[in-house]
Design a protein around this ligand. Structure first.
Ligand SMILES: Cc1ncc(COP(=O)(O)O)c(C=O)c1O
Length: 367
């Protein structure tokens, strides 16, 4: 059996440190917003090359408070990509703003910066580029458009911890939101997230919103949220953060092996732009006959995934936005073809060989 993500393989390598970190929290009985959260915030900000990070209880909440702290709300429009996880759009909707979509670049599968201007209206307040699968969107061009139209940029870096754009780790602009969902490149053992940024006032507002709008003990300036990161999760994240750079390199090595072994096959492999460092949260190919290929691989005990089979604008939840099939041709075409193959740092070359041999057998048989 080759798992899609093997969290047990990783745990077995760092078990002692993780168990000690959890036990220390249990002994301290400080479970919420304590020393580990504070230290993790400093360490993660430094990892990202940013001034500040605020620990949040999920990536979705991180996006929500980032939008709120930037004053996004009713009657505003926020542009994002239609092929993202629905959480990006849900966060926009929570604020009362309306998500607007722009089709994706066919090479990188990220939002097409060249099509952004067509979607900007008088109501547009912000852009949320999503660094999908671990590869940064074209932030250079996106930031140029944002500057020209005076728009806020909030990077959805939930799949891209440690990814780089022109040598700078994300977030490339001022604000980035991260998820620490267990399967992420940096994953908690439960839920977690962070807002990363450089502006002190903005970051202070995030801290206030995450803790019931509380500015001082029992002084609530706003109606905020319980979006606090737990100490146990922060303690786990601190242990794992020490390995993240190496784990990302291992993912990149695995992606290279996949690329080489699939070179002459009738499948599209990921295209990494030379100005980016992709961290391969997911290794996504495109294949014809995807469903049959999934079944073939499953019959050989190889797990796969689809991220994501239905673009957000075609989800029932967003029917009220009135987008039709055909609105975003690349996002829609690719949704029918994309297939995520097993990807995690501990995946072995032998396992990748096994996976690619089975893909080749399937293609040769012309199924
Ligand atoms: C692109 C993207 N945005 C947002 C999220 C939401 O993060 P979380 O699941 O931590 O709320 C995720 C995580 O799945 C994601 O992949």
């Amino acid at each position: 059996m080759i798992k899609f993500v093997d969290l047990a393989a990783q745990y077995s390598l760092i078990k002692e440190d993780i168990n000690k970190a959890i036990n220390d929290v249990l002994k301290s009985t400080g479970f919420v917003l304590g020393q580990n959260v504070r230290e993790f915030e400093k360490e993660f900000a430094s990892f990202c090359g940013a001034k500040y990070a605020v620990g949040i209880n999920s990536g979705t909440s991180a996006l929500h408070v980032a939008l709120l702290a930037k004053g996004i709300g009713k009657n505003d429009e926020v542009i994002t990509a239609p092929n993202t996880f629905i959480a990006t759009c849900a966060a926009i909707s929570y604020t009362g703003a309306t998500p607007k979509f722009v089709d994706i670049d066919p090479e990188t599968y990220n939002i097409d910066a060249k099509k952004l201007e067509d979607a900007i209206t008088k109501k547009t307040k912000a852009i949320i580029p999503v660094h999908l699968y671990g590869q940064p969107a074209n932030m250079k061009e996106i930031n140029e458009v944002a500057e020209k139209h005076n728009l806020i940029v909030i990077e959805d870096a939930c799949q891209a911890h440690g990814a780089e754009h022109y040598g700078k780790r994300v977030p490339v602009s001022d604000i980035g939101c991260f998820s620490f969902y267990p399967g992420k490149n940096l994953g908690a053992y439960g839920e977690g997230g962070a807002v990363v940024g450089n502006d002190e006032e903005f970051i202070e507002l995030i801290r206030i919103y995450r803790d019931h709008g509380q500015v001082k003990k029992n002084i609530h300036k706003y109606i905020g949220y319980n979006y606090r990161l737990e100490e146990i999760q922060a303690a786990i994240l601190r242990v794992k953060l020490r390995h993240l750079g190496r784990w990302n390199d291992m993912r990149r090595k695995n992606a290279l092996i996949y690329n080489e072994l699939l070179e002459d096959c009738d499948v599209a492999t990921p295209a990494e732009k030379d100005y980016n460092k992709h961290v391969y949260h997911l290794y996504v190919i495109r294949a014809k006959n995807r469903q049959k290929l999934i079944e073939h691989l499953a019959s050989k005990e190889i797990q796969t995934g689809i991220h994501y089979p239905t673009p957000v604008h075609l989800q029932e939840a967003y029917r009220h936005l009135d987008y039709k099939k055909g609105s975003f041709p690349f996002a829609e075409k690719y949704a029918d073809e994309i297939l995520s193959l097993p990807m995690f740092p501990e995946l072995t070359e032998k396992q990748i060989e096994g996976i690619t041999i089975n893909i080749k057998d399937f293609l040769k048989a012309g199924k």
